[in-house]
Design a protein around this ligand. Structure first.
Ligand SMILES: C[S@@+](CC[C@H](N)C(=O)[O-])C[C@H]1O[C@@H](n2cnc3c(N)ncnc32)[C@H](O)[C@@H]1O
Length: 221
């Protein structure tokens, strides 16, 4: 793993742990709400196994999960010098975006990551409109290898419908919080039932961290 990324990941994981235990009190708006370290390692294994080079994340917070993704794409052969933004990450919270941007600079992965500020629904609509205007070659190949949903839960079904055409066949959508916090369970079950009803994907919930729905696209939709 990249040394600078590991340093940042360790610092942020420690902070996240202290926030979760209540040892560090922060305003609810500023809570990191990061994935757990074992979830990060799990995603990195998937991303390395599938040679992922193009990732879309909904819900950046301060960039903990994004740093795992950056480490994976570097290992998959993407050079920091290319400046091709293989990772796009979206968040609506300006102060979290500022912190994430600083963390990406500190880890020297800022050239790999395009941070987009705004409502996920608006940005996904825009990405989707651009995608449908692109030529057919790009459409067949899809834009993304891996998409991570880790923001609001109300719009998950719409987010899924918007991103699935932009995902390559063999690509994966991962969705956090399937198990915890427990308050989300009804919404997450509703989402899981929706996704699992689609004939062109296969999907399973993996009980790691807060519970991850892992959905693979097996055919064009
Ligand atoms: C659970 S945190 C993301 C944690 C991050 N993925 C990690 O593991 O380090 C959820 C983030 O989603 C953002 N968010 C919530 N609703 C959103 C929306 N409608 N559009 C964009 N971002 C949103 C919040 O500001 C928050 O930073």
């Amino acid at each position: 793993m990249d040394e600078k990324i590991v340093r940042l990941l360790n610092r942020l994981a420690e902070q996240s742990k202290r926030e979760r235990s209540g040892e560090l009190i922060v305003h609810p708006e500023d809570e990191m709400l990061a994935i757990t370290p074992d979830t990060g390692r799990f995603f990195k294994i998937i991303l390395n196994a599938m040679h992922a080079k193009r990732i879309l994340e909904i819900g950046t917070s301060v960039g903990y999960s994004t740093l795992w993704f950056a480490d994976a794409v570097i290992q998959n052969g993407i050079s920091k010098a290319e400046g091709s933004n293989p990772i796009i990450t979206i968040d609506i919270n300006h102060s979290k975006i500022e912190k994430a941007t600083k963390n990406f600079h500190d880890a020297e992965v800022n050239t790999l990551i395009k941070v987009v500020e705004g409502s996920a629904m608006n940005i996904l609509q825009e990405l989707s409109n651009n995608f449908h205007r692109e030529n057919d070659t790009k459409k067949i190949d899809g834009l993304f290898d891996f998409v991570f949903f880790d923001a609001d839960k109300e719009n998950l079904r719409d987010y899924f419908d918007l991103v699935i055409p932009m995902l390559r066949v063999g690509g994966i959508v991962a969705t956090d919080n399937m198990l915890y916090p427990e308050d989300y369970r009804p919404q997450m079950l509703n989402y899981a039932n929706y996704v699992r009803s689609k004939p062109y994907v296969q999907s399973i919930m993996v009980p790691i961290g807060n519970g991850e729905e892992i959905t693979i696209k097996l055919a064009p939709n």
